[in-house]
Design a protein around this ligand. Structure first.
Ligand code: 5AD
Ligand code: SF4
Length: 359
């Protein structure tokens, strides 16, 4: 079917999405233009901030793609102190970020559960309950999810990484700890607990086809997610998946495919929150802004204390801001203004999709 016709009739079957993922030139411009209009209609030109706090790079898991996987002995492990996290929360609150995202490797210990719990309660206390908090601390039991929810986390991001079970086990060990079924169950638990639930996938993985990606988009729609964070897969030399480097699309293509995924998700789910992720910046300095133009509406500036940032090394060439946090914000504001967007200062920027469905 012609691209214009697919867009005009809004016929987003798996076959049509697969086709849209491979468009270029004028067709690609038509796709991006359409997504951009849908975005404008449903979430406008406001971009919400989540101050990203990379809380700890200690992880029990061994995902084949990830630089901070348990078995990578070349990583210097760290965990922020409570005060370091709370200082970052305070910084975000005072500077109008509205929300923070606390991200870490996956740990299932009681000590970890309690530490996060304490941080959540304190973050709520020192900001008079005003700060929005997204957690991204991996798979946990429903009980832990509930405890953290009650302590103040309203949103949770747990990427499915790939919705194809077959591909999932090509990028994770096939064992109890890395079970695809457990990942799905964890996502269900998050939704049931009441979180604004987010997921996402990596784009341009070895063995991944356009059909996989089309299914990923349909999975997100069917699961009825509230938010999404997705970006290109970027190889890391100290990981097992690196052996498949020769199978990868050039980074430019992975980046372009990621933009199309963002645009298509915006079309399929007009009122969810979509983050322009850090990985999008790896290929192009203004990669995140490009994603904002065609569908994303959330930015996650890194506010982790600077001396830890090099250790949260998920993939190669991860951009590490050389500027101070304040400069970063001014710079972002300027960049966004250039593309007709503004920052939603002091707004939590909750998912409209969630509010519509549950309130
Ligand atoms: N390339 C891109 N994204 C990665 N992540 C981990 N390793 C990589 C990589 N090599 C992403 C995963 C994970 C999040 C913590 O970072 O999607 O969910
Ligand atoms: Fe750990 Fe997440 Fe990296 Fe997997 S992707 S090794 S769970 S930090």
């Amino acid at each position: 079917m012609a691209i214009q016709q697919i867009l005009h009739t809004a016929n987003f079957s798996k076959e049509n999405i697969t086709q849209l993922l491979s468009v270029s030139g004028n067709d690609e411009r038509a796709l991006f233009g359409y997504a951009s209009r849908i975005k404008q209609q449903h979430v406008g030109n406001t971009v919400y901030l989540r101050g990203l706090i990379e809380f700890s790079n200690i992880c029990e898991k061994n995902c084949y793609y990830c630089g901070i996987r348990h078995d990578n002995n070349d990583t210097h492990r760290y965990c922020l102190t409570d005060n370091e996290v709370l200082d970052a929360v305070r910084f975000a609150h005072e500077n109008g970020f509205g929300s923070v995202a606390i991200q870490s490797g996956e740990l299932s210990s009681d000590a970890f559960t309690r530490k996060i719990d304490f941080i959540l309660k304190e973050a709520m206390r020192i900001t008079n309950g005003e700060i929005g908090i997204t957690l991204s601390c991996g798979e946990q039991s429903e009980e832990v999810y509930r405890r953290w929810f009650e302590s103040g986390a309203q949103r949770y991001l747990l990427r499915i990484e790939s919705s194809s079970e077959e591909l999932y086990y090509k990028i994770h060990p096939k064992d109890e700890v890395h079970s695809f079924a457990k990942r799905l169950k964890a996502l269900e638990s998050l939704k049931k607990t009441g979180y604004q639930t987010g997921t996402g996938v990596m784009i341009g993985l070895p063995f991944q086809t356009a059909e996989h990606l089309a299914n990923d988009l349909l999975f997100m729609k069917q699961f009825d997610i509230d938010m999404c964070g997705m970006g290109p897969y970027i190889e890391h030399a100290q990981t097992p998946l690196y052996a498949n480097k020769s199978r990868l699309l050039p980074l430019a293509k992975r980046f372009n495919l990621s933009l199309k995924m963002v645009a298509l998700l915006r079309i399929l789910m007009p009122d969810i929150n979509i983050a322009a992720t850090t990985a999008l910046q790896t290929f192009e300095k203004n990669g995140r802004e490009r994603a904002i133009q065609i569908g994303a509406n959330v930015l996650m500036p890194n506010i982790t204390p600077k001396h830890y940032r090099d250790d949260y090394f998920l993939y190669e060439n991860k951009p590490v801001s050389q500027q101070s946090n304040e400069d970063d914000l001014k710079f972002l504001e300027e960049q966004l203004k250039n593309i007709g967007h503004e920052i939603g200062y002091f707004g939590q920027g909750n998912s409209k999709h969630y509010r519509k469905n549950r309130s």
